[in-house]
Design a protein around this ligand. Structure first.
Ligand code: NAP
Length: 276
């Protein structure tokens, strides 16, 4: 029987996951369909019960359900529980089990550049949901240091205090981060600053950027944010948010099927959608 996979969100019309994941299902000869469902927050519980009743094989959840879904799952992976957000659910013999592949997706996207973080000083800009997934996952990898800067400094402090993994971390104001920017090997921009339509905005000045640094922006619309453009002009290596998006999807697909898909194919597909 044809299997069903899905993504639940509100709104959901913009999601690139259906085209990306239906293509890898077909490419791997899996008789299944991946469908987007618009589910409002008040309908989330009943939607999850319905998906479980019909025996859905697995699904993704996106904004605004990543945290709200937790009470409706049968089990949750330790890291997802610590992050407090789920983006991937696996139907394990009738039990719905939640995972978070955002942080590992981001880190897997860095593999061409970084094999170990033990000698890397990392700066995370932002302290929202995406920063939390990236920070907690990366803290597990024992970087030399991983500091957080955020417009609201208290939120950076809270994120560091909430991290369950021991890490050498300090909260920084945006001004302090700008002043000490040359100390960082990896800079990760996790806010929505620079996202369409506010494409000229940047979260901090890159005046003091180390030109050997790797600079990542998890925004992918536009593909090159003003922040990445300025980093590239300073000589830094840059990476946009497509890699995180593709790898979080690849890791979800692997959890559902046991197959790690063709990431180049997925990336090309996403780039085609973004260009269209
Ligand atoms: P969120 O939880 O709402 O966090 C927003 C963050 O942005 C906070 O740190 C907030 O700072 C900061 N911020 C917002 N407006 C700001 C401004 N005008 N000036 C300074 N800081 C500002 O959002 P999220 O879920 O983490 O998502 C953040 C971005 O990541 C979005 O653009 C989303 O599309 C993208 N994303 C990409 C991927 C991917 O796969 N590539 C995955 C997830 C998310 P305060 O604490 O001071 O409010």
């Amino acid at each position: 029987m044809k299997k069903l996979f899905a993504v639940l969100g509100d709104p959901i019309g913009h999601s690139m996951s259906p085209i990306m994941l239906n293509d890898v299902l077909t490419n791997n000869n899996i008789d299944a369909h991946y469908h987007p469902f618009k589910v409002s927050p008040e309908d989330l519980e009943i939607a999850i019960k319905g998906l479980k009743a019909i025996g859905i094989a697995g699904f993704n959840v996106t904004i605004p359900h990543k945290s709200a879904i937790i009470p409706f799952l049968d089990d949750i992976d330790e890291l997802a529980l610590r992050i407090g957000a789920v983006n991937t659910v696996v139907n394990d013999n009738g039990k719905l089990v939640g995972y978070n592949t955002d942080g590992y997706g981001f880190i897997k996207g860095l593999e061409p550049y970084i094999s170990s973080f033990s000698n890397k000083k990392v700066l995370v800009i932002g302290a929202g949901g995406a920063a939390r997934a990236i920070y907690f996952t990366m803290a597990k990898m024992n970087p030399l240091a991983i500091d957080i800067t955020n417009r609201t400094l208290m939120k950076a402090k809270e994120l560091i205090q909430a991290c369950p993994f021991e890490s050498n971390s300090k909260p920084l104001s945006l001004k302090d981060a700008e002043a000490h920017l040359n100390e960082y090997d990896v800079v990760i921009q996790t806010t929505m600053i620079g996202m369409y339509p506010n494409v000229s905005e940047t979260p901090i000045s890159l005046k003091n950027l180390n030109n050997q640094a790797l600079v990542c922006d998890i925004v992918y619309n536009p593909l090159e944010t003003q922040f990445l453009l300025e980093a590239r002009q300073k000589g830094a290596t840059v990476q946009n948010g497509v890699e995180m998006f593709v790898y979080q999807g690849a890791l979800a697909f692997e959890k559902w099927t046991g197959i790690f898909p063709d990431v180049k194919r997925m990336r090309d597909n996403v780039l085609r959608q973004l260009e269209a």
